[in-house]
Write a protein of this length. Structure first.
Length: 640
């Protein structure tokens, strides 16, 4: 096999690890930084235990071990072969793998590797994918046998108003009441929570003893969902007893819902043998859920219970392996396509009392697509909003990259303002001045001893969102820069102290002992009883504030600026989005979309045209077989 030096740099002799460090056949891949030395050694151990450490099998095993580090569930051999320094021809490679005792085709067995449809998996990831696909398909096919569609139409009229025409939210609600699985996909402000509030009201009308639970990957996202539920209930014409019962719906992180076992982050108390006690499980921010966690969640939901998944497939996926929600939504990308079989279409139209919009595609048979509704209107933003237009343009960037770039240039007087350091050398200083002015409002309130709720509300009005954590354009540098700017304009602001008044803090780990979760944001204020003492105020779901001594806090960091990944599940009136001026592998279309859609009113974008153009052209791509398992390879390929 001849190294393909045009794909990756050819390692120099001084760079090559010794044979004692890694298997000889994997030395070029470690030197080219495709593999780590640890992955190479683990692959060798795995293959030797399985009875075959030939070079082709060894390379496949090492790549399968590498995949989850980059979010991949499997190795797509056709895709990777052309990008390796030293790889066998794909067909030869497949034949060797298929004949190896370390590899089995998809099905029962105990080999460490599985070769399924030209994809190579570690056994446990193949098991997760296969089990999840089977469970979702079975659940999507189950209908509530006891529900009367005449009653359902009346309940829908009560919470949505009389039916007047095609309405995706009404259809999604009808589907969630009728079926055991519902997937509601849409961007921020498209009405996912609005719909779910009404689903719960209808289900409670049908089943007064309904036991429901709200869940999300992070504590902050779960609390926001519960807060949105309570706000939504206030707008519905419900009896006080029903509103009160629904308002008490608990909101938990997924790990707490499943009952994480002490000493392990992956073993849970609830599973298929010990299912959750709830009749309805509603999961928000489902795009952040990894394949293993999604598989364990679905297994733990009782067969007779409803599972409702809410999410935005265009946001960043889980930091762990898989993009389960995106795969579940199907191959249509961001296009608001409905695909329904004839029986599902007739059932939905009868139950909702409206016609399915004419653009809906007709599927030839029932399938997972009958459980998916994509909401298609940004309701959070004003009509013609620059932020909404930019979000929609990013979603379509694969078809019209220059159109998306033009939208992201914004207007000087619009809700989207562009700062281009390539065209304007003072762009960074101007953006910092704007951010400092906004934060100064919150800091002055804190120093004046204002109510902590008022300080927190002011802090939530702006946030700097960075693609990177470190470097001149990273969150750490922007935190220091904003603090220095505030010190120059706000008398009494003392950022050289650790717990200075006005410091916003972001919790970075879960700590059940003090009821704080990763992602919670508080602010340092003076203690009302002892002005020399500092406390950190955190908002609660009921609108009050908890005050904690800094000594009781888990790990936390200053958060005038935060990474875009950390911002998922949050909203700010003004999001100031900062991209680096040099290329970075983290820059993807989904990253920019996620950042801009954190803004509820306006967004500032600090980026050059070359960086934006390259970012929009780079969607996140994760190797997985879940989508074709659920949707079928023919449908998946046709929609690309």
């Amino acid at each position: 096999m001849t190294p393909r030096s045009t794909q990756l740099p050819t390692p120099q002799p001084s760079q090559l690890p010794t044979p004692l460090e890694v298997p000889t056949g994997l030395v070029p891949h470690v030197a080219a930084e495709v593999l780590t030395a640890t992955e190479a050694r683990l692959a060798q151990q795995l293959c030797r235990l399985a009875g075959d450490d030939g070079p082709e099998v060894l390379l496949g095993a090492a790549l399968a071990l590498r995949g989850p580090r980059f979010g991949h569930v499997c190795v797509e051999l056709d895709a990777v072969a052309g990008h390796l320094v030293d790889a066998p021809p794909t067909e030869d490679w497949l034949q060797v793998l298929a004949a190896s005792p370390a590899v089995r085709p998809g099905g029962p067995g105990s080999t460490p590797l599985v070769l399924d449809a030209r994809r190579l998996y570690l056994d446990r990831y193949w098991q997760y994918e296969q089990q999840l696909a089977t469970a979702l398909a079975e659940r999507a096919a189950v209908r509530d046998p006891d529900l009367d569609t005449v009653d359902l139409r009346g309940w829908l009229d009560a919470v949505f108003g009389p039916a007047t025409g095609p309405d995706r939210q009404r259809l999604a609600a009808a589907l969630a009441v009728l079926r055991r699985l519902t997937v509601i996909a849409g961007g921020p402000g498209t009405g996912k929570t609005y719909t779910v509030v009404r689903v719960l009201a209808v289900l409670h009308a049908a089943h007064s003893e309904l036991r429901a639970v709200l869940a999300a990957p992070t504590g902050k996202a779960a609390a926001r969902l519960q807060e949105s539920l309570r706000d939504g209930l206030a707008a519905l014409p419900l009896p006080d007893t029903q509103r009160g019962a629904l308002a008490r719906t608990p909101a938990l992180t997924l790990h707490r819902l499943l009952g994480v076992q002490r000493g392990s982050a992956t073993r849970f108390r609830h599973d298929a043998d010990h299912p959750l006690p709830f009749d309805v499980v509603i999961v928000d921010e489902a795009s952040m859920v990894s394949l293993p966690l999604m598989a364990k969640l679905v297994a733990a939901v009782r067969p007779d219970a409803r599972l409702i998944l809410l999410g935005d497939r265009d946001q960043l996926a889980s930091v762990e392996a898989g993009a389960a929600f995106g795969d579940l939504c199907g191959p249509d990308g961001s296009r608001p396509v409905l695909r329904l079989s004839a029986p599902a279409r007739a059932e939905l139209e009868d139950a909702a009392g409206i016609e399915v919009d004419a653009a809906a595609q007709r599927a030839s048979r029932p399938g997972i697509w009958d459980a998916v509704v994509r909401l298609d209107r940004f309701r959070r933003y004003d009509a013609g909003s620059d932020v909404a237009a930019a979000a929609a343009a990013i979603q379509q960037a694969g078809h019209d990259p220059e159109g998306a770039l033009q939208r992201l240039r914004g207007r000087a007087d619009g809700a989207l303002c562009r700062y281009d350091p390539e065209r304007d050398p003072a762009a960074r200083d101007r953006l910092r001045a704007e951010v400092v002015d906004a934060y100064a409002v919150a800091v002055r309130l804190a120093l004046a001893g204002a109510d902590a709720r008022e300080v927190l509300a002011a802090l939530g009005g702006v946030r700097v969102l960075c693609a990177l954590r470190r470097g001149p354009d990273g969150a750490q540098a922007w935190n220091a820069s904003v603090a220095a700017g505030l010190a120059a304009v706000v008398p009494g602001f003392r950022p050289e102290q650790q717990w200075y008044v006005g410091r916003p803090v972001l919790v970075t780990v879960n700590d059940p002992a003090v009821r704080l979760s990763n992602g919670d944001v508080g602010v340092v204020v003076a203690d009302a009883d002892d002005p020399e003492r500092r406390v950190v105020a955190f908002p609660t779901v009921d609108g009050s504030v908890r005050r904690l001594s800094p000594a009781r806090l888990p790990d936390c960091e200053t958060t005038f600026a935060m990474t875009i990944h950390k911002s998922q599940g949050s909203q700010f009136a003004h999001a100031a989005v900062v991209l680096p001026v040099r290329p970075s592998p983290v820059l993807t279309r989904e990253l920019v979309y996620t950042a801009l859609t954190r803004a509820s009113q306006r967004a500032s974008l600090y980026a050059t045209d070359p960086i934006l153009r390259a970012t929009l052209a780079r969607p996140v791509q994760r190797a997985s077989g879940l989508q074709p398992r659920l949707w079928g390879p023919a449908i998946s390929e046709q929609a690309r």
